[in-house]
Design a binder for this molecule. Structure first.
Ligand SMILES: Cc1cc2nc3c(=O)[nH]c(=O)nc-3n(C[C@H](O)[C@H](O)[C@H](O)COP(=O)(O)OP(=O)(O)OC[C@H]3O[C@@H](n4cnc5c(N)ncnc54)[C@H](O)[C@@H]3O)c2cc1C
Length: 632
């Protein structure tokens, strides 16, 4: 800001600063035509001792870089030497107690700040979305108003220092304010990475508690609904030395995700991690903080908690900004998907698929989308095709084993709206793809239609039931289907009658590349008592032969010679486990999740069973459950 104001003031300065500042073009520049050199220095390594400036502008002095200094006194000693070596004016921030104490009594000291004693004083500060305006007084005399197009009170404060210095160098006030109005951000200083009506993503280099507090205050002043922050602590030594201070630095954030420490070439300090800061924040009674030790997962945690109106801030001097950039790129796509499904539809980033599968394992869906209409679904298909995004449809997730890396691309869950409609007309029931098979069975019962009772115990949807040609009690889906409605890979809709469809045991090839919208099932008139009896039979069979725990139903297809469950039993593998995945004691063809099992546990258990079956019985087991997604 100083280099820019001096340049605009006609002093032709050279400069050397520690950030990329687009308006300066390069961060170091030699100008033959001027006599000033603007150098940005800090106390980090004690080299301030080597500076012999004409003028010094001191922003603040506080406990920092305690990897290098034993304490604050040692830092102040370096600043005192710098001040002694300054031949002209020392311009200092009077609002910072340490700076004021050190500089106040110096002969050529000029103070700036908000307090009444300041030689250059700012008042009537008005913070706006991404800027501010304020009045400037010099020793009680009003100089006029200044406007900034960078946000936050800390920038107003810094600008007062620049005004003080530039004025002491005799640059007229109107030239200084004109230059400040034009000043743009340094990279990684409140840098906007994505902005829309619904979301604002900002990156900032802040990594010291004071900077974090100031940046959060600026972010809060923008007036978005919630402030969601991701923070990467920088250096173990700083984390250890300032952890108490970090505890209160996040008060303005609604949600905070802290990742592990960016070492910046330091060796780890035992017991010091991102959790150290999380513990302090919790101790400070903040309830919205979480620890994510894996940096590469931070964008997912934050992305999944987003709500319209959020401002997301990445903070830290390491590489946390890369997480914000991934989030920003995905948010661009998510916003387009949202425009397609409209207000009534739902789009979520990185939705954990463990929440949407009956086995309760699986990593996230990159884009989770719930359209409510056939038209929105068709548009989604066309959009994914145009953008070369993979598209996967999920119903109730009761025949799926999603790997721990989740599913890349768009995962469509046809649910609600058109997809939950169910209508009875005569002996026919038409149900949307999102309707549960159980609901079809009970709607048929209410209409005194029999033949669909077998559906009551299958935890899937109509869409999944069609795709798998699900069946039980000797019946299967397509025995009851009269016609289906579906969308093809170009998003065009079709209706086909049963006799036009090729169907196999647990397989309906048409839906391998197309998408079910609804199906019409046919029942037969039946006595209510008879229907109830068959429903009870189905319930009883499941209760006595299947585990109640979390599972994906039968894991293996039955080999020609023996039911898979019996084979597993005969091999003595019931109750064998990997991690928290276990072969059910009740049914050898069910793998159950005893709590917090991972997809890798389940996959390893499947491999173990397959290899024993191969070795001991020469049988090659094939999975019935569909395995999808990416390894972690
Ligand atoms: C406890 C338990 C018991 C079970 N018992 C039985 C049983 O007795 N008989 C039986 O057959 N199965 C059974 N299953 C397996 C499962 O319930 C069925 O395969 C069911 O039909 C899957 O439906 P879903 O909605 O869960 O589909 P998902 O598991 O969500 O998906 C399965 C497949 O269908 C595709 N799909 C989903 N919706 C659509 C759509 N709209 N358009 C195109 N493709 C789509 C998916 O992409 C995926 O390929 C059982 C499962 C469990 C957990």
């Amino acid at each position: 800001m100083t280099a820019h104001a001096l340049r605009e003031g006609g002093l032709h300065p050279s400069h050397y600063v520690g950030a990329e500042i687009p308006i300066l073009r390069t961060n170091a520049y030699w100008n033959q035509g001027g006599e000033y050199f603007v150098a940005e220095g800090d106390e980090s390594d004690g080299t301030l001792r080597c500076f012999h400036p004409e003028h010094a502008l001191i922003l603040n002095i506080e406990e920092e870089h305690l990897d290098f200094y034993p304490d604050l006194a040692a830092i102040e000693k370096v600043f005192a030497q710098l001040i002694d070596q300054t031949s002209g004016s020392v311009l200092y921030n009077v609002d910072d107690p340490n700076t004021a104490r050190l500089c106040g009594k110096r002969k050529h000291a000029v103070s700036y700040g908000f307090s009444e004693q300041a030689d250059y004083r700012g008042t009537d500060v008005e913070l706006r979305n991404f800027g501010s305006s304020f009045l400037v007084f010099r020793r009680g005399e009003k100089l006029g108003q200044a406007t900034l197009n960078v946000p936050g009170e800390h920038n107003v404060h810094n600008a007062l220092g620049v005004i003080a210095l530039a004025s002491e160098l005799s640059i007229p006030f109107d030239k200084i304010t004109a230059s400040l109005r034009k000043f743009e951000h340094a990279r990684r200083r409140f840098e906007i990475k994505y902005a829309s009506d619904r979301f604002l993503l900002v990156d900032d280099y802040a990594h010291h508690p004071t900077e974090i507090r100031a940046t959060l205050r600026s972010a809060k002043s923008i007036g978005r609904r919630r402030l969601v922050t991701m923070f990467q602590p920088h250096r173990y030594s700083r984390t250890k030395a300032l952890c108490r201070d970090f505890g209160s630095a996040f008060d303005d954030a609604d949600r905070v995700v802290i990742t592990d420490v960016y070492p910046a070439s330091e060796p780890p300090i035992p017991g010091i991690t991102g959790q150290t800061i999380v513990d302090e924040i919790v101790r400070h009674s903040h309830h919205g903080v979480a620890y994510q030790p894996q940096l590469q997962s931070v964008h997912r945690d934050v992305g999944n908690m987003l709500e319209a109106g959020d401002l997301v801030l990445s903070l830290g001097a390491g590489n946390i900004h890369e997480q914000l950039e991934i989030l920003a790129a995905d948010l661009v796509v998510a916003e387009k998907l949202k425009a397609i499904v409209g207000e009534e539809g739902e789009v979520r980033l990185y939705e954990p698929l463990s929440n949407h599968t009956t086995l309760r394992v699986g990593g996230p869906a990159q884009f989770w989308v719930e359209p409510r209409t056939e038209q929105a679904f068709a548009e989604l298909i066309r959009f994914c095709d145009d953008e070369h995004l993979p598209l996967f449809v999920i119903g109730r997730g009761s025949n799926l084993l999603v790997r721990d890396g989740g599913i890349r691309g768009v995962v469509v869950h046809p649910h609600g709206g058109d997809f939950d409609k169910i209508e009875v007309a005569g002996y026919e029931i038409t149900a949307g793809a999102g309707v549960k098979l159980r609901q079809v069975a009970y709607t048929a019962r209410a209409a005194n239609l029999g033949g669909l009772e077998w559906m009551e115990g299958i935890p899937g949807t109509v869409g999944g039931g069609l795709r798998m040609n699900a069946g039980a009690m000797g019946a299967q889906t397509f025995e009851n289907v009269t016609r289906i409605r579906y969308l093809d890979a170009e998003g065009n809709s079709h209706v086909k009658n049963r006799d036009e469809l090729e169907v196999f045991y647990r397989r309906f090839p048409l839906l391998e590349k197309n998408f079910a919208i609804s199906a019409t099932f046919c029942g037969q008139p039946a006595e209510r008592a008879q229907i109830d009896m068959r429903l009870r039979e189905s319930q009883e069979k499941r209760r006595t032969t299947q585990p109640a725990a979390k599972s994906a139903g039968c894991i293996f297809k039955n080999p020609a010679t023996i039911p898979a469950g019996k084979l597993v039993d005969e091999l003595g593998l019931k109750n064998s486990r990997v991690g928290n995945a276990r072969v059910s004691r009740v049914h050898g063809n069910f793998i159950v999740n005893d709590g917090d099992a991972t997809a890798s546990d389940v996959l390893e258990l499947i491999d173990d069973i397959k290899s024993v079956a191969r070795k001991k019985r020469g049988i090659e087991l094939e999975t019935e459950v569909e395995i999808v997604g990416e390894p972690e």
